[in-house]
Design a protein around this ligand. Structure first.
Ligand code: BMA
Length: 323
């Protein structure tokens, strides 16, 4: 039997909701978070519309700052908005502070497929887009350091045709010398290796560096055809949990350990009820504090943003012993 997850939900949960946002907002979730110049910075996804009539009109990204990682001041306007004839929306931002810049990995729905992008900013006003994948790919996360001179990212292509029309998707790793041109792509974690996924997996928050290796979360999806209405939609038969793995510090293509039990399973009221899609937890930010505390930020029920914490040594120990 695996030991219980060492992760504890914050008593302040949910830490950010639509009510905290000073512009039209309905679902506030799947945020990226990093520490930059002594403050916590969050970019969150906002799907706006009407919760009363359960309709959505679009998606934008909001910005928030915090001194303690729990209480947030939301910038008055959405930022990094991108839609045109081709681009429908960008969403699910992931932040990596690296060499005094912040890199934003994002998903982008276009009229010709779903792409993953990487942009860079230093002020959260101007964003320079460095690269966009071909479709279909998303869930890009960038490591917070170069490894062997190269930038490294995890990503989740979704080869429907090559996987016989099923959502059997895996986690891949690619490298780059300049963040524009990516290659050396390799399969990292296969969905069939994750006991708590029967559908697909993908990266979650960008990794943190620890003595045991790169500690990183991933999302895992299980499907059950008997599930019915579980949110706004007529049927929502998926459940999203979060897993944990450790990658080798010098060669992150090597998995040191992967917990065979999920790190986080939807259980709290704000994860299982009253949301757009209940039973979804989706980590997007992970911060290692000097005290050894790890903060994991996650979207809950595709509706609100939450926080859970654990001691880094307990996370490592738990991952190594349940592997
Ligand atoms: C995925 C993405 C996420 C979302 C999840 C659950 O495919 O769209 O943004 O949180 O589904 O709906």
């Amino acid at each position: 039997m695996p030991s219980p997850s060492p992760l504890l939900r914050s008593p302040a949960n949910p830490i950010l909701t639509a009510k905290d946002v000073p512009f039209p907002a309905t679902l506030v979730f799947n945020a990226g978070v990093c520490k930059f110049h002594g403050e916590y910075v969050m970019l969150f996804r906002n799907d706006y519309g009407s919760a009363e009539t359960q309709t959505l009109h679009g998606t934008n990204l909001g910005l928030a700052y915090s001194k303690d990682g729990i209480h947030w001041r939301v910038h008055p306007r959405p930022i990094f908005d991108w839609h045109d004839d081709e681009v429908i929306r960008i969403y699910d931002p992931r932040l990596t502070a690296l060499e005094d810049r912040v890199y934003v990995c994002f998903a982008m729905d276009t009229r010709h497929g779903i792409r993953g992008g990487i942009a860079v900013t230093t002020d959260f006003e101007r964003f320079e887009v460095l690269s966009l994948t071909v479709p279909d790919n998303r869930n890009l996360v960038l490591f917070p350091e170069r490894i062997g001179g190269k930038f490294i990212r995890l990503e989740r292509p979704f080869p429907v045709y090559g996987r016989l029309g099923q959502e059997r998707f895996d986690i891949w790793l690619s490298a780059s010398y300049d963040l524009r041109y990516w290659g050396d792509s390799e399969l990292l974690l296969r969905v069939e290796d994750v006991p708590f996924a029967n559908l697909k997996i993908g990266p979650a928050a960008p990794p943190i560096k620890t003595r045991a290796g790169w500690l990183t979360t991933f999302h895992a999806v299980d499907f059950d055809a008997t599930r019915g209405k579980n949110g706004w939609e007529e049927r929502w038969q998926k459940r999203y949990t979060a897993g944990l793995m450790i990658l080798d510090l010098d060669d992150p293509r090597r998995i040191v350990a992967m917990s065979r039990a999920p790190l986080l399973v939807p259980e709290a009221s704000y994860e299982v009820a009253g949301g757009f899609r209940n039973h979804v937890v989706f980590p997007g930010g992970m911060i290692l504090e000097d005290t050894g505390e790890v903060k994991i930020y996650y979207g809950a029920a595709d509706t609100v943003e939450c926080l859970a914490t654990a001691d880094v040594d307990n996370l490592i120990e738990w991952c190594l012993t349940n592997t």
